[in-house]
Design a protein around this ligand. Sequence first.
Ligand code: NAP
Length: 245
Amino acid sequence: METKCVLVTGAGRGIGKAIAIAYAKEGYQVAINYNGSEEAAKETAALCEKEGVKAKIYRCNVADFHAVEEMMKAVLTDFGSIDVLVNNSGITKDGLLLRMKEEDFDRVIQVNLKGSFNCIRHVARIMMKQRHGAIVNMSSVVGIRGNIGQMNYAASKAGVIGLTKSAAKELAPRNIRVNAIAPGFVETEMTDALSEEARRAAMEVIALKRFASAQDIANLAVFLGTDKSSYITGQTISIDGGMAM
Ligand code: NAP
């Protein structure tokens, strides 16, 4: 049986790293995208290889349309297929509305929303030829509920939900499923930046009274990328400890 391949963007650290390793544990070959964190990406690759699968790292800014096209070609050459794409890369540049700089709005949209589009756009051709595939996009509870100081991030993550539904409709006839994950608070470097006060406030609205681990999110990312979810497409699954009910 041929081994399947997953491409995970932003897989050097945080949630992406946990997703890459979770797929390796399922026997997938893993293509690890990174932008700035080369050493971390190498470490993720080594941890995947420990699971007995092939892993390779690819430096690419997902906001760069042509660079993403080149990355997809390289992954296809190296692995022979791209069966699952996990669009995980994301950034925040928070600020209250009246203080938010134009470049901070643009940058977050470029990486989070356009980056997801770029990857879907270029992987779709490959998956259409294969006549199968699954795409998992990382949204956020903030894309559903909005958040003070995160207009740029909320808009980008709401946009990811729109991308997901549209791509799901367009690609379903080609046997390609597209779903999104909407995490609440997850323990990573992104949430390390929160003040104690912000953490306490968050805890008050989380029914399960804890932040998610990256592994919690990885479990869902594997479910949505594999045949166990073969009748699910166009959905945004919240994984937030009961925050957005
Ligand atoms: P993180 O620890 O800050 O990691 C962000 C990842 O995105 C890094 O691997 C980074 O790669 C990558 N990245 C950033 N800019 C990139 C670019 N231009 N091109 C390619 N990769 C880029 O964040 P995280 O908490 O793991 O978040 C992962 C995803 O989950 C994000 O989409 C985030 O919005 C979403 N999310 C997180 C939470 C949370 O509470 N943590 C909640 C909801 C949703 P390099 O380091 O190599 O640049």
